[in-house]
Design a protein around this ligand. Structure first.
Ligand code: NAP
Ligand code: GLV
Length: 307
C-alpha cells in the first residue's frame, strides 16, 4: 500500500499515482489506514507523527527537490531510504525565475520603475549579457541547468559546488576556499544550494559583502542560507542594489517583516519551481519499480551529506 500526503493537490496525485501503479492501493491522508501495512509513502511536509507505526515502510518519496525538512524529523527511522525528485520539470521553471531576476538587474528595470514614478524620460546604459557576471551557487540538477542555460545565452557564468562540475561555458569554482573569489566576480549571485549544516547561514554579512558594490542576489535555494538582517543592512547601505527572494528563514514570511516593503526587494512565496504532477508521478513510479527490482533509484538521498 502507498500512503500519500500532498497538501497542494491530493486528488490529482492520488489519481495519477493509482493510474501509474495499478498493482498498489493508493490511500490519502487523513484516510484511516493500517499503518503497519504501508509499503511506500509519497509526501511533502507531512504532519508530525505521520510515519509513526509504519514498520514496513520500504521508501519515502519526497514531492520536491529539497529534503532538509524531512531529514529533521524524529518519526522516520534512519534506515528508511528517502528518494527526492531530480528536476522533474523544476529546472526549467527555475531557469525562468532566475532569468526574470537577471533581466531586471541587467536592463535596470528597478531604476526605470523609480523614474516612472517621477515621470522621468531618461535612457540608462545597460550591460550586455557578456558583461554581466553571474555566480551560481549549487550546480546540481537545478543549478546546473540554470548555469549552463545562462551561459548559452551569452552571460559570463561561474558556478560553485562542493566537488566541481564541468558545464559548457561555466567557470568551475570548487569548495569553501574558492567561494570568496566567486563572490568577488559576481554582479548577480544566484543561490540554488540545498539546506545542510554546511550551507545554513552561509551567506552572512562577511560573505555577502565580498560581492562587488552594486551587486544583486537571487535566492531560490532555502531561506536559512541567507542572513536576512545582514542582507537588509547591505541593501540599505546600497552595497547590494537588488534582491529577488523566493525563500525565507520563516515561511510564510511574517507580515511585519521589513523585507515586504523594502524598495530594493522583489519577493515571491516559494514558487520559483513548483512540483508538476505528471513528471513527478512518472519519476516516482519508475523509482519505485527500480527499488522493487533491487536497483538504486535516481535521487536517493545521502543522509550524511544532507542532500
Ligand atoms: P542537487 O542536485 O542535490 O544539487 C546540489 C548542488 O549543491 C550540488 O552541485 C552540490 O555539489 C552543491 N552543494 C551542496 N552542498 C554544498 C556545499 N557545502 N558547498 C558547495 N556546494 C554544495 O539539488 P537540486 O535538485 O539542484 O536542488 C537544489 C536546491 O534547490 C534544493 O535542495 C532546494 O533547496 C532548492 N529548490 C528550491 C525550489 C523553489 O521553488 N524555491 C524548488 C526546487 C528546489 P556536489 O554535487 O559537488 O556535492
Ligand atoms: C522546493 O522548494 C523543493 O525543494 O522542491
Amino acid at each position: 500500500m502507498l500512503y500519500l500526503y500532498a497538501p497542494q493537490d491530493m486528488v490529482r496525485y492520488q489519481h495519477a499515482l493509482q493510474q501509474a501503479l495499478p498493482q498498489h492501493k493508493v490511500q490519502c491522508w487523513p484516510e484511516e489506514v493500517a499503518v503497519g501495512q504501508v509499503d511506500y509513502a509519497v509526501v511533502w511536509n507531512p504532519p508530525a507523527g505521520f510515519f509513526n507505526g509504519m514498520v514496513n515502510l520500504q521508501a519515502v518519496f519526497v514531492l520536491g527537490a529539497g529534503v532538509d525538512r524531512i531529514l529533521k524529523r524524529d518519526d522516520l527511522p534512519s534506515t528508511v531510504p528517502i528518494v527526492r525528485l531530480t528536476d522533474a520539470g523544476m529546472a526549467q521553471q527555475m531557469l525562468e525565475y532566475v532569468l526574470y531576476g537577471v533581466l531586471h538587474v541587467q536592463r535596470q528595470m528597478g531604476q526605470y520603475r523609480r523614474q516612472q514614478t517621477l515621470r522621468q524620460w531618461q535612457a540608462l546604459t545597460a550591460l550586455s549579457a557578456g558583461q554581466t557576471r553571474i555566480g551560481v551557487l549549487g550546480l546540481g540538477e537545478i543549478g546546473g541547468w540554470v548555469a549552463q542555460s545562462l551561459a548559452a545565452m551569452g552571460y559570463a557564468v561561474a558556478g560553485w559546488s562542493r566537488t566541481g562540475r564541468q558545464l559548457p561555458g561555466v567557470q568551475d569554482y570548487i569548495g569553501e576556499a574558492a567561494l570568496p573569489d566567486l563572490l568577488a566576480r559576481s554582479d548577480i549571485l544566484v543561490n540554488l544550494l540545498p539546506a545542510t549544516p554546511q550551507t545554513r547561514g552561509l551567506l552572512n554579512a562577511y560573505l555577502l559583502s565580498r560581492l562587488p558594490s552594486g551587486a544583486a542576489l537571487i535566492n531560490a535555494g532555502r531561506g536559512e542560507q541567507v542572513d536576512e538582517a545582514a542582507l537588509l543592512g547591505l541593501l540599505d547601505s546600497g552595497h547590494l542594489r537588488f534582491a529577488m527572494l523566493d525563500v525565507f528563514e520563516v515561511e510564510p514570511l511574517e507580515t511585519v517583516h521589513p523585507l515586504w516593503s523594502h524598495p530594493s526587494v522583489l519577493l515571491t512565496p516559494h514558487i520559483a519551481a513548483m512540483t508538476q504532477v505528471q513528471p513527478a508521478v512518472a519519476q516516482i513510479s519508475a523509482n519505485l519499480q527500480a527499488i522493487k527490482q533491487g536497483q538504486l533509484p535516481h535521487g536517493l538521498v545521502e543522509r550524511e551529506r544532507g542532500y
